[in-house]
Design a binder for this molecule. Structure first.
Ligand SMILES: [Zn+2]
Length: 343
């Protein structure tokens, strides 16, 4: 069990961690959210102790950073497996902690903090339950509903590369582990379905893709002008993320530079979540250059918590996009969105 801390202490830890993550991004030029993220828990960073994959986007950001750092300093391949630090110690797994304190980006990254939103849950009657149909995962009489308590639990993990677990035969070698992983094959039609089935109004443009919050129209260049189909859909997902932001009242219309960076970051992370969900392990070559992304990072530096907030918002927007709808109560001024008529 992760050690419980007060909400305040956890927030300080998250802030410190986000700060370190931004320093690492600046020092190494690696941008973890330009990789797809698995939010459904099928692949990606995994907890060896519980056998589960990490699904929180912020944890995924941190863990991806840690995977790269560990691989760099141990000169081994990137290993997606992590031990809970306390558990590694309990099992006498030797952690390689004799590391240079001055290695760039490493100082505070010897192990990674992970954050669990603490929730309470209750069982409620499912109003959609159909007694005429057999009970099953799609037709359940009762459903569990979880409520976020506003608190975070904190745990510490260490990458398998930073332990002697493979040498000691405690976990299988990386190649063996990876060959046994069943990863969904990326399917471009999945991306297409997600983009097409979400209520929208698109217009073909010759110019830069954009979402207009006044007309609610998304301008997208013709697919033949995109470098690849993946590139085309990464643009569509990005713009849909802005549209959803507008639908749920998160899109600021008179944006400052900082708010602009924040919104772009959310849209980028949303695309990473949707690509990860569709089984892609790489993002298509990006329209936005690394230098452009770096300028957002610079804008974020005075408030590193935005990294955490953006990750949370991106995961929510990706979920709406994947599920094909935004709950009624989240849509602000439904009549403003002409394409929602009859939906
Ligand atoms: Zn954008």
């Amino acid at each position: 069990m992760p050690k419980r801390r007060s909400k305040y202490a956890s927030e300080n830890l998250i802030r410190k961690h986000a700060e370190n993550l931004l320093i690492w991004i600046e020092e190494t030029g690696n941008i973890p959210w330009t990789k797809p993220f698995d939010i459904s828990g099928d692949w990606g960073p995994k907890n060896v102790t519980t056998g589960k994959h990490y699904t929180s986007l912020f944890n995924n950001l941190s863990l991806t950073a840690m995977m790269h750092i560990s691989a760099d300093r141990t000169k081994k391949s990137i290993d997606p497996r992590f031990f809970q630090l306390a558990d590694a110690r309990k099992k006498d797994i030797i952690t390689k902690e004799k590391l240079s304190k001055d290695e760039p980006g490493l100082r505070k990254f010897k192990s990674v903090m992970i954050f669990y939103p603490m929730s309470n849950s209750t069982i409620v009657d499912n109003k959609d339950f159909d007694p005429a149909k057999p009970e099953g995962p799609d037709n359940m009489r009762e459903k569990k509903r979880s409520f976020f308590t506003g608190k975070y639990g904190v745990g510490q993990v260490i990458n398998v590369n930073d332990t002697t677990a493979v040498e000691d035969g405690i976990v299988e070698p990386l190649e063996v582990y990876l060959s046994g992983q069943e990863k969904k094959n990326p399917v471009i039609e999945d991306l297409q379905n997600i983009c097409d089935s979400f209520p929208h109004e698109d217009k073909i443009t010759m110019g830069i893709p954009s979402y207009n919050h006044v007309t609610k129209v998304t301008k997208i260049p013709e697919m033949k002008f995109a470098k690849s189909s993946e590139g085309y859909y990464s643009t569509v997902v990005h713009e849909r993320a802005h549209q959803i932001g507008d639908m749920i009242g998160e899109l600021k219309h008179d944006r400052t530079k900082k708010q602009y960076s924040f919104e772009e970051l959310i849209a980028e992370m949303t695309a990473s979540c949707v690509f990860g969900h569709c089984g892609f392990s790489e993002m298509p070559e990006h329209e936005n250059s690394i230098a452009y992304i770096k300028s957002w990072v610079k804008n974020l530096k005075d408030d590193p918590m935005v990294l955490f907030k953006a990750a949370e918002k991106a995961k929510r927007r990706a979920k709406y996009l994947i599920e094909g709808f935004v709950p009624e109560k989240k849509i602000v001024n439904r009549e403003d969105f002409p394409f929602l008529r009859g939906v």
